[in-house]
Design a protein around this ligand. Structure first.
Ligand code: C2E
Ligand code: CA
Ligand code: CA
Length: 763
């Protein structure tokens, strides 16, 4: 019977840019010399793949190669159906190189099932290959069907392909040689399959000890170790499982001082990469990927026979694949549920823990706390990411080790995002004061003491009626609220916050559709030169008129636009609208007029902000030197490094920058100097204070002074009466804005107002 021929015109060699079978990088590979043994039998390798290129590259890669003294012979199938037909008629196939995805996504695995179950071929070795990197191995299938190897095609370089096939051939040969002792063989295969069904390296390792003992007709005893590279010290042997009189060694390091003979046998086995018998021990070697070889040592007096030794070796090779897979699965499991940096449970795991807790009786007594480190981003920027990482590890350790419940048990601590930790436990133990007290002692990192504080958002789970994920969302809402009030504070989630949130969600939908329906518009509030009362510009202020004519204030809807991200689109629209208005004003003769536009933090942080600004300037033709962006002081204080860079980019477009609400934050002088801003806007509250409070004009005065020292322009906002204006003039404040001069106006009203001013002046 001949294998089906591949379609004509098929290339016979992989081209370098293909990602599945790449051999080009291994041109100088030294494969065993191709000696053809005349008349010798061959190892028959069945290549099953729907991609003709894979057939040619595989045969090419293994061309003229000999294994165990015999050459290879290739059979080709282009579908699972063809493969099955070949296997039915040619039972002496040694290895099947099998593509997982063919006519159907599971065609390959179906074929494996047929080979093992329907055709009853238990000796043929199977190497699964898949083209898709990231295609999750069907662990169940690998466990269930005695598969030798599972690789992505890109992983199977020429050497690896050779190694994998050689190992499979060897294993096939051993299985054939043992054909006589069928019962032992079946025991091994079923032992292997049983092992694969176990989860976790420890379980499998224990199973290995049990099965090995059973093969020898002994009670389980001995140890199974893995060699681990000791960080900074010589390799150590870690005991994964132990039984019998050595049971207490499980989970420990195998000390060569205390167990010299055992350690010696284990080390020699690993060195020789083969099992041995010595000093009352029998050992088995399990080759692992990436140098993580396993070794089992079983107390054994006397001699094992040749056939038993071979049985044990086959057992070891079957098990090795299983151990590798289990390690892989355990690793994936770890990665899926643990935070890599701190080793603490991650968000996914925390949600599981929460779900379990909410389903149980402890829910009524439990509290969930989110712990957010204040100003972590700045620490990271200032001291570097490595330092930041060490700080996070230290915080995680401190939370885990110091927080205890009344029975002295540690609380559940997770890290669920960058600088956000989570503590879960009895309400009595999860107390804001207790958690915040932990941050009062500085963290000692890299020889330095760092002081960080944390803000907390808490949820009493007894009052919570949703899922674990919902509880986390509620905690996040509470955290946001705590952060908006003060750093290093805390807030408990309450139902009313939930209602408030629903109201916000409702408003968010209304805003989105209102924006699309054109319910938003801009009003322009003139800005004047205090010395002459002459207008020089205007601030664009956003307005929202609902269908029924009611106005919603920007103080109410802008936070919602920010929160929902809508501000990015709305902000772009505001900018273009205001710039277009500036161009119209210029067209009617107001050439020196400037336009100020408010920019929210969310909008400013958007990675495309500067591009958006440039495009708006281009599209409207507005001259950048007459455009000013207002950013708030609180924003000017966050993430200095990022802000400085962004401001520099904005400045390069030619527009200028004002700091809004100045005086409400705490920007330091040195900080202000590093930011390239042009103007400070004295917040309305300080203007009101001038006449209405005991503190009087002191803050306004300070800002004016600061502007003079830093050579920045200063404007007072919210000037409502002549007395305030007079005092500001006396203090040397050059510019002002407020109801005294004009309320925010429609475009038409603004032009009319400006016309009147000119008339007043002319008069
Ligand atoms: P803001 O930037 O501080 O704007 C000044 C606010 O003070 C405006 O309120 C304005 O109408 C009001 N105002 C002006 N003069 C006086 C006065 O003499 N007395 C009093 N009592 N108030 C005065 P508005 O328009 O309600 O805006 C509130 C806030 O909404 C703004 O504060 C700004 O933070 C935000 N906002 C407005 N438009 C936009 C926008 O287009 N984008 C963004 N991101 N935020 C905006
Ligand atoms: Ca403003
Ligand atoms: Ca303001």
């Amino acid at each position: 019977m001949s294998a089906p021929t591949p379609p004509s015109g098929t290339p016979t060699q992989a081209s370098g840019d293909r990602d599945d079978l790449i051999f080009a990088d291994e041109a100088d590979l030294s494969l065993p010399s191709p000696i053809r043994t005349a008349g010798a039998a061959t190892w028959r390798i069945l290549v099953v793949d729907d991609d003709a290129d894979v057939h040619s590259t595989t045969s090419f890669a293994l061309k003229n190669v000999e294994m165990q003294g015999r050459p290879l012979e290739f059979l080709h199938a282009y579908s699972a159906r063809e493969a099955r037909a070949i296997l039915e008629q040619q039972p002496d196939i040694a290895v099947v190189l099998l593509d997982v995805v063919m006519e159907r996504p599971d065609a390959g695995l179906q074929l494996v099932r047929q080979i093992r179950e329907e055709l009853g071929l238990i000796e043929v070795r199977i190497i699964l290959r898949t083209g898709q990197p990231g295609y999750a191995p069907e662990i169940e299938a690998i466990r269930g069907y005695d598969i030798n190897d599972y690789r992505t095609k890109s992983e199977l370089t020429r050497t690896k392909l050779y190694t994998a096939v050689a190992a499979a051939v060897r294993s096939y040969q051993q299985l054939r040689a043992l054909d006589a002792s069928r019962s032992g063989l079946e025991q091994i295969v079923s032992a292997g399959a049983q092992l694969m069904a176990l989860h976790g390296v420890r379980d499998v390792a224990q199973g290995v000890l049990r099965q090995a003992a059973a093969l020898l007709g002994l009670a389980p005893a001995g140890v199974l170790c893995v060699r681990e590279s000791g960080q900074g010290r010589p390799d150590i042997l870690h005991v994964v499982a132990a039984a019998g009189e050595h049971a207490r060694l499980e989970g420990r390091e195998l000390s060569p001082q205390r167990y010299p003979r055992l350690a010696d046998v284990a080390a020699r086995t690993l060195g020789a990469r083969a099992g041995l018998e010595a000093d009352g021990w029998l050992s088995l070697h399990f080759p692992g990927k990436a140098g993580r070889d396993f070794v089992a040592c079983i107390p054994f007096e006397g001699q094992v026979g040749d056939i038993e030794r071979r049985l044990l070796d086959v057992f070891a090779s079957v098990v090795a694949v299983g151990l590798d897979n289990v390690e892989l699965v355990t690793h994936l499991h770890q990665a899926a549920f643990r935070d890599q940096l701190t080793g603490l449970p991650n968000r996914t795991r925390l949600v599981e823990l929460l779900d379990a807790l909410l389903a149980g009786p402890q829910r009524d007594a439990a509290t969930l706390a989110l712990v957010d480190l204040d100003h972590f981003a700045e620490t990271n920027d200032a001291l570097g990411h490595h330092f930041g990482d060490l700080l996070l590890v230290a915080v995680g350790k401190r939370l885990k080790s110091r927080l205890k419940d009344d029975k002295g048990r540690q609380l559940e601590v997770a890290r669920i995002g960058g600088d956000i930790f989570c503590v879960l436990g009895d309400a009595g133990a999860v107390q804001p004061a207790a958690i915040q007290a932990l941050f009062r002692v500085p963290f000692h990192i890299d020889g330095q003491d760092v002081q960080v504080s944390a803000t907390l958002g808490l949820v009493r789970l007894g009052e919570h009626d949703g899922s674990g994920a919902d509880a986390l969302k509620d905690a996040d809402i509470a955290l946001k609220r705590a952060k908006s009030q003060q750093r290093a504070g805390h807030f408990y989630f309450s139902r009313s916050m939930g209602i408030e949130i629903r109201e916000r969600v409702r408003m968010m939908h209304a805003l989105r559709s209102g924006f699309q329906r054109g319910e938003l518009f801009l009003a322009y509030q003139p800005q004047v030169d205090l010395a002459t009362n002459r207008p020089f510009g205007a601030e664009a202020l956003l307005r929202w008129r609902l269908e029924d004519g009611r106005l919603v204030g920007p103080d109410r809807f802008i936070p919602i636009a920010e929160y929902s991200g809508l501000i990015v689109d709305i902000g772009e629209w505001v900018l273009r609208q205001a710039l277009a208005e500036l161009v119209r004003l210029r067209a009617v003769g107001y050439l020196g007029f400037t336009m100020s536009v408010n920019v929210s933090q969310v909008q400013f942080r958007h990675p495309q902000f500067v591009d958006m600004l440039r495009r708006a300037l281009d599209a409207t033709g507005a001259p950048p030197e007459f455009v000013e962006l207002e950013i708030t002081e609180s924003m000017a204080m966050e993430e200095p490094a990022l802000l400085i860079e962004k401001l520099a980019q904005v400045k390069r477009t030619g527009v200028s920058i004002a700091i809004d609400d100045f005086g409400t934050g705490f920007s330091s002088l040195s900080h202000l100097q590093r930011l390239q801003v042009d103007r400070l806007k004295i917040d309305r509250t300080f203007v009101t204070e001038i006449t209405g409070s005991a503190r009087g004009s002191s803050i306004a005065e300070m800002v004016i002074q600061l502007g003079r020292n830093l050579d920045l322009s200063v404007i007072a906002e919210g000037v409502e009466d002549e007395r305030q204006a007079h005092i500001l003039r006396t203090l040397g404040c050059p510019l002002a804005q407020g109801f005294l001069f004009s309320r925010p106006l429609s475009p038409e009203a603004l032009i009319a107002w400006l016309g009147n001013q000119a008339l007043i002046e002319a008069a």
